[in-house]
Design a protein around this ligand. Structure first.
Ligand SMILES: [Cu+2]
Length: 132
């Protein structure tokens, strides 16, 4: 390849590089830990806020945003800690429970077949940094 040909190709390489970068998905927003979070139930996904739970007493405001009946069960390190009744579309139910630092909170829908269809997710728990 001649030097002239290399110079001619350079802009294409740069454009390709930039396109590659912008095509990558940005990292999810990592907000501060929260004691209260909204959780949405849809077909077939459990939608949570993109931030961890804070340590201690927490509250989940669960909304069935789908078209089918759903519920939400909470399991922490293997122990079921809370569960909503089966909610009709549009129904809201609040769950309260406590979590410790670094616990792994699993959320899933117990309606038959819904876990397998994708209705499960995990929330992390962090210890809030000490204030000044
Ligand atoms: Cu469900």
């Amino acid at each position: 390849m001649t030097a002239r040909a290399a110079r001619a190709l350079l802009p294409l390489v740069l454009v390709a590089g930039l396109t590659g970068c912008s095509a990558e998905a940005p990292p999810p927003p990592a907000g501060p830990p929260a004691a209260e979070q909204r959780v949405g139930l849809t077909e077939w996904e459990i939608v949570t806020e993109a931030r961890p739970l804070s340590v201690g007493a927490v509250r989940l405001v669960v909304t069935n945003a789908g078209a089918a009946p759903h519920d939400l069960a909470v399991r922490v390190d293997g122990d079921q800690r809370a569960v909503t009744p089966v909610l009709d579309p549009g129904e809201v139910h609040e769950l309260g429970f406590t979590v410790a630092a670094d616990e792994r909170v699993e959320l899933w829908c117990t309606v038959t077949g819904h876990h397998a269809a994708g209705m499960h997710t995990v929330l992390d728990v962090v210890t809030p940094e000490a204030g000044p």
